[in-house]
Design a protein around this ligand. Structure first.
Ligand code: HGY
Ligand code: MN
Ligand code: MN
Length: 416
């Protein structure tokens, strides 16, 4: 059994095969995945993950938000466990690796420790957080947010998808309501391996992203109310066009983000137009603004400017306007000690690395509120994610998982 020296590596082929098997569940239409949270496909993926954990001699716990916790025993059952994990749910047109790499990479760490007969003092827990994406039920990182005390369980279970289905009912329907109290678990340290979902690591030729911070975000759901009318016979000066209002606000969101460069982004990704008929002027539009920055002052300034712009456009066009916060977290600073450990692990293993700020939100951003937390990133091709063409290399997947293996062994304390 090699000592946890630089020659200790995970089984890259087995990891890649598991990623490929999971990708068969909830296939997309272009090679990616549509395994949205609390769907039957999500449940099928959960069962596969649970079976793999059983095969790796782990015991499974599930909390009342459906968060899954597979435990590998340590030599000291009273020692707080070291957690690794991410999410198995995907966007509707998602990739195979967003979230999934973090869950199955963590499982591969355990499988490799089993192969090598390495024991640790601290138990090790592999986690699948429910509804990280927030695509079907907003906000994102919903269940890790309940775990960290940012949302109440009632709020989370009341969230509805575009078809009006409630989170709590869907979780019960797929049979994944566990018996553990959410947030009762105490965590010694939490590691999340994730693809970068941006172009920096690949462009810089770096294999490992040492994630020092995560940018903050606001999701503002804006409802503009005008008047349905005939697109042909209604004179232009008599229109109360909510669709026009949405278009103007969308342009303003882009201008606001551009005015706060560098390190600011903004877009509108979800739009619901009513009645959504070709020859009816939209009487109502509901759309979500997504603005982000690693700098709190910029984030807050952008939020105020977007709200002001929405009211100004509504006044110009005689529209009603309602704005609801449907997601928010401030910029995140990860645990300095764990960040150094990730950097040292990459160095020991001979992988190129650089510090990076996460552009996307992750469950780690919430868990960082309740336990020392860090992220490890690997590149993705062209920086593309939230797109079925999302791609990584087996080498990148293995390198990120190797770094997590070594960092976790340091914290979990190898015995014997
Ligand atoms: O929105 C995000 O950043 C994450 O992908 N849920
Ligand atoms: Mn993700
Ligand atoms: Mn995602």
């Amino acid at each position: 059994m090699p000592a946890p020296g630089e020659n200790l590596r995970i089984n890259a082929a087995r990891l890649w095969d598991s990623l490929d098997q999971m990708a068969q569940i909830g296939p997309g239409i272009a090679g990616g995945n549509n395994r949205q949270t609390l769907t039957d496909a999500d449940s099928e993926g959960r069962h596969l993950f649970a079976r793999w954990c059983r095969d790796a001699d782990m015991t499974m716990g599930v909390d009342t938000m459906g968060n899954m916790f597979a435990t590998r025993a340590g030599t000291d059952p009273k020692a707080l466990p070291v957690y690794m994990g991410s999410h198995l749910d995907t966007q509707p047109t998602g990739g195979r690796y967003d979230g999934v790499l973090g869950v199955l990479g963590a499982l591969e760490v355990v499988r490799s420790l089993n192969d090598l007969g390495i024991q640790t003092k601290h138990p090790i827990v592999v986690t699948n957080w429910t509804n990280e994406e927030g695509a079907r039920f907003a906000p994102a990182m919903l269940a890790s947010g309940v775990f960290a005390g940012l949302h109440t369980e009632d709020y989370a279970k009341s969230r509805r998808d575009p078809d009006g289905k409630a989170f709590g009912e869907e979780l019960a329907r797929i049979g994944w309501v566990g018996d553990e109290k959410v947030g009762a678990r105490k965590i010694h340290a939490m590691f999340e391996l994730h693809i970068e979902q941006g172009p920096i690591l690949e462009a810089e030729g770096k294999t490992i992203g040492v994630v020092t911070h995560g940018q903050g975000l606001w999701w503002l759901e804006i409802t503009l109310t005008g008047k349905d009318a005939h697109t042909g016979s209604t004179p232009m000066n008599m229109r109360v066009n909510a669709g026009l209002g949405m278009a103007r606000v969308t342009e303003r969101v882009h201008q606001i983000a551009m005015s706060h460069q560098p390190n600011a982004v903004g877009a509108v990704g979800q739009v619901k137009v009513y009645p959504n008929s070709r020859n009816v002027i939209p009487g109502k539009v509901v759309f979500t603004v997504d603005i982000r920055s690693p700098e709190l002052t910029k984030l807050e300034a952008m939020k105020s400017e977007v709200i002001r712009a929405a009211h100004a456009v509504a006044a110009e066009l005689g529209l009603g306007v309602e704005i609801e916060d449907v997601g928010h977290f401030d910029p995140v600073t990860f645990d300095v000690g764990l960040v150094s450990l990730v950097r040292q692990s990459a160095e020991k293993l001979g992988y190129s690395y650089q510090n990076i700020v996460s552009g996307a939100g992750h469950d780690a951003c919430w868990i960082n509120r309740v336990a020392p937390t860090v992220m490890i990133m690997c590149p993705c091709v062209g920086g593309l994610s939230h797109n079925e063409a999302e791609e990584i290399s087996p080498e990148w997947a293995a390198a990120g998982t190797d770094v997590m293996l070594h960092a976790v062994l340091e914290v979990a304390e190898v015995v014997g």
